[in-house]
Design a protein around this ligand. Sequence first.
Ligand SMILES: *Cc1c(COP(=O)(O)O)cnc(C)c1O
Length: 368
Amino acid sequence: MEKRAHNFFAGPAALPYEVLKKAQEELLDFKGMGVSVMEMSHRDKAFIAVAAEAEADLKKLLGLGDDYAVLFQGGGATHQFVMLPMNSLHAGDEADYIVSGNWAERAYEEGTIQGKANLVATSKTLAKPFSELPVVKQENMSPKAKYLHFCSNNTIYGTQFFENNYPKALPGVGLVCDMSSGFMSHTFDATKFDMIYAGAQKNIGPAGVTVIVLKKEWAQKVFTKKLPKSFDYNYQIKKESMFNTPPCFNIYITGLVFKWMLEMGGIPAMEKRNKIKADTIYGMIDKYPDFYRGYVTNKAHRSWMNVTFNLPTEALEEEFVKAAKAKNMLGLKGYRDLGGIRASIYNSTSPESVQFLADFMEEFKKSH
Ligand SMILES: *Cc1c(COP(=O)(O)O)cnc(C)c1O
């Protein structure tokens, strides 16, 4: 068998082995056509079926029906930071934003360019920036807002909203979420959302495609600006992501990940697996809190996807990353602005890899 590392990269990140194997098998000859998915027209019925299945499987996973549209687009989640306010905010229009981390803040900044973006809550001003989820109060929200935007998982600092504390929008205000790094990591009611988007490269696929789930009725009502076609959500919905050439191969791989998730038992199975993984690593942090110093101060806010911690000195952190690498564990160095260690343990990361890391943490602590 080929050498496979224990993959803790934050994104692009691990993909399921079964998905890579399947893609490898089909690379030279997709379903007897004698070409790969990369080499066929996006208008060919074989590719149209690939995209349609990806969409149907995603809706099955999320429990969504025909009242929702799914788009697969390029440009990353960052592009959606711009698209959302661009489509919905006419001059003077308002939108509400919750800032729980860097990505949420970037979304907010794009909102301020297009209209009046209100900062409903932020945890940036804490002594340790973004070390907890912000306190969200409905009294700070505007009833005139077109939408309330939040980011479900803070990839960089390691906090996460779950179903029990997802912010609620005021009546008549759309609920929009950047779920890039936490998408389908735990069970939740997707019908509560008017828009969900996720760059694939964290939890569901390769970089280069972003999944956008839109409640059609809401999109019709709120996205009323006259825009160039490439930037117009409703036009993209009408053309079913095929206005121009979509990121075909990325859609195909993402579709394989959805199939893998369904085979594993869907989102409930992901939740179970992710809870075990998170408990394994946080267990080690809680066992040696003076050595492994968790960045997130409120345990209830800890992310199941990105575990962030420091060691007593930077030199020890460097040694930790180096020693882990020698044992075939990749991607543990913290985000460039934050430093420390970050273990990203998305859906695809196996419980075995996570246990391997926990055992290493135990061993490293004992020898230092
Ligand atoms: C990585 C990330 C982004 C940015 O994604 P790009 O595909 O690089 O644009 C946005 N939001 C969150 C939560 C992320 O983790």
